[in-house]
Write a protein that binds this ligand. Sequence first.
Ligand code: TRP
Ligand code: SF4
Length: 404
Amino acid sequence: MSLVPTQHQRVLSGMRPTGPLHLGHYHGVLKNWVKLQHEYECFFFVADWHALTTHYEDPRIIADSTQDMVIDWLATGVSPGASKIFIQSRVPEHAELHLLLSMITPLGWLERVPTYKDQQAELKEKDLATYGFLGYPLLQSADILVYKAGQVPVGDDQVAHVELTREVARRFNHIYGREPGFEEKAEAAVKKMGKKDAKLYRDLRKRYTEQGDQQALDVAQALLENQQNISLGDRERLFGFLEGSGKIILPEPQALLTPASKMPGLDGRKMSKSYRNAISLREDPDEIAKKLRTMPTDTNRVRRTDPGDPKLCPVWKLHEVYSDDATKKWVKQGCTTAGIGCVDCKQPIIDAVIAELKPIRERAKDYIDDPSAVQAIIDEGCEAARDVARDTLDEVRKVMCLSR
Ligand code: TRP
Ligand code: SF4
């Protein structure tokens, strides 16, 4: 497996702009991004081309949601100082790499990705028998590989896409990583490590290639990670040489599984725009209170005097997210003895959600009032992303004999 040295690992993730963000995005994705941006070099982008694969008939929604989405990211703490924030369609290298990867991607690999059939079945009202939709996961591979990202934070529905990316990268490296004189170049690179490390590398490589000693491979990879004196190109050669393959041009990424957040919606199912059970990040306090006051409770609790069962109640799931132990105890006790009414029970949640969203709404308002500041952040992120993407494409074109 061809890993990027950990200390250089980039994190990359994207989101499709198809509507307003809600509490599910906040708890499930954005809080995680905010944490990661302090640990890694992060790239976060608006996947507007991906949105177009399913919303090609109403592209207006995509344009409108794009700016709002970036504002919501900023308002929840994604920081332009700590991460690169950009728009997919403003970095045309994603499209060029997608095209080039399409040359080597067997159709069956795309047809077999589970989301392809699943989504077609789920979105029956749309005609998704398109070339673009089939290519959705490959475009995602290009998104990832163009930045040589090592870690891709995604939900479990996207793991298959990262898996495809790894297969495509492996195939690419296999076909195009065989530069002329590879062995000689690798040998020369080994010497550059210095006598001691060079000997260690050779011994470890031998143990791995001749005896399949996995531990030797791990140690050798760690050794390469810590080399200060060799160029990036030599490092890639040595990683490849170690495993008996060619030069690694596109490293294989790993899915960084987002801790399963099943932020409950107003009906107890997972919060989702399509279930119409969401509270958006921009929702005003009156609307939040109204939505929560009218949300369903344990259906067996018809009258105030009937005892209820929190386990059968969507409100309880929200207490599990928002309430401390004392409040939860109060709910259990009060509900099962009909000591409290459902209106009482919901009040701490109403307060908690409003308090949680207050600073987010305020920060969002500052950005809404200053669209040129948002544009400047996006422009800067796009430029920084393009710098990296251009370098990768230079390399990719070169090995595919397309350089000018
Ligand atoms: N397909 C992803 C989703 O629906 C969005 C996405 C596009 C993405 N490109 C990506 C996520 C690259 C991670 C990496 O959630
Ligand atoms: Fe649900 Fe609370 Fe009403 Fe019990 S008291 S049914 S937990 S809303």
